[in-house]
Design a protein around this ligand. Structure first.
Ligand code: URA
Length: 196
């Protein structure tokens, strides 16, 4: 095991015991991360759902499977991404995480970003976007597809795949079309560009 694995393992062990907010009382599993620790692309979603809580792995339910399908379609492979959520425990009935829960969990997310040190952070959906951008007028519809920098880190928001579960069209500029274009852009920016 090298340094990054050890750092992330220690962090995960702390998260497994975490009682920083009330969600520890109802969780089945802490959902820490999936993917490659040295990946150039880091995805940050909202919160674990039922399937994720049961297995302890992020993005394995319907929305997660859709995201993973699109990733493989555009050629983003297993070793290209690391994936986590703004909070690590499932909120009851899949409600949105509260600010208290997000604040309580933020230490884990910030350390994950520091240790993985990705070339780009992809904010999956509005909850992840709001965790990094305080401008309430910047909705996910406006923000998606745009790369911006905060503290020398690159970020790009994309739609949440659960939104795509309600929009099936693949016509030009449909949510699914834009989602795929955003992922292709990320792939080209990060994986095909030696200058990063
Ligand atoms: N939605 C998320 O935002 N994260 C998951 O892990 C699963 C569904």
């Amino acid at each position: 095991m090298d340094k990054i694995n050890i750092q992330l393992n220690n962090l995960k062990n702390q998260a497994l015991k975490c009682q920083n907010c009330g969600l520890y009382k109802t969780r089945k599993n802490v959902v820490f991360s999936d993917g490659f620790e040295k990946a150039p692309i880091m995805f940050i979603g909202e919160a674990p759902g039922k399937n994720e809580d049961e297995k302890g792995i992020p993005f394995i339910g319907r929305a997660g499977q859709l995201l993973r399908k699109f990733l493989s379609e555009v050629g983003i492979g297993q070793n290209d991404f690391y994936i986590a959520n703004t909070i690590k425990c499932r909120p009851p009935k899949n409600r949105k995480p509260t600010q208290i829960e997000k604040n309580a969990c933020r230490c884990f997310l910030d350390k994950q970003i520091e240790f993985v040190n990705p070339k780009i952070i992809v904010l999956v959906g509005s909850t992840a976007l709001e965790s990094f951008v305080s401008d309430k007028k910047l909705t996910i519809t406006k923000a998606r597809g745009n790369v911006f920098e905060i503290d020398n880190r690159k970020f790009m928001p994309i739609f949440h795949p659960s939104y795509l579960l309600r929009h099936h069209s693949v016509e030009e500029n449909s949510p699914r079309d834009l989602f795929k274009k955003d992922l292709s852009f990320i792939k080209n920016e990060v994986l095909n560009n030696e200058n990063h």
